[in-house]
Design a protein. Sequence first.
Length: 263
Amino acid sequence: MDPLRRPLIAGNWKMNAGGSDGCDLAIAVARATTDFADADVIVAPPFTAIAAVTNELYNKKSDVAVAAQNLHWEESGAFTGEVSAAMLRVAGATWAIIGHSERRQLFHETDDAVAKKIAAANAAGLKPIVCVGETLSEREAGETLAVVERQVQAAIVELGRAGGEGVIAYEPVWAIGTGKVASPEDAQAVHAAIRQVLADANAELALTTRILYGGSVKANNAEGLFGQRDIDGALVGGAALEVEGFAKIVEIAAKLARQGKTG
Ligand code: PEP
């Protein structure tokens, strides 16, 4: 972690906790992380819980922010089942996860669609968390950096428009939900390459953009990852549904940030 950037821990609840259970989970996360002010915390409930979760967090005066897990790039119209960025902003979200590998793989989202979604998020005042990452076969073919750099390049104009507010999440697909975590050194190498792509476009953007690691992050592997210079936090899936473990990840990030500032 670089003391220049505040650590960020985002919990992607996926298709879980979409009703009153989402409010309970959000409040429990807010309570459990309230002492760790050196780290930013986001929860990403399903669409159905965004408004209620936002209200609960607002009523409890919590700093925990709310992200959508996806959006549609159009503002309105005949797109049955879709939700626009502006609607999510009205519901209370201030962030949006875009291009998660489950969307790229299961719902065939292309780099082009991802760019359009980031543009829509920017226009609606949602800060994007743009996910990139290679599959196992791409890694085995030695294509990791080429794939990740292509995905970042496709997003870079819109990330530039988001300025330092935009976030990139490097999530190797083979590490998501598998219990297999990238080694801190391997993850750092990819994060450094991503930051170089940003630097080639805009030096300021490279300094300010937070790059999260995602893929089986747990309390017992977070410290090694967060100890790397270009890893600014985590996008957490499975472990985000378990309050104590998630809070521990936030605590570790906040502790390292404090140490970075003082030492
Ligand atoms: C994710 O869904 O973004 C993710 C990283 O999941 P997990 O932590 O379960 O691997």
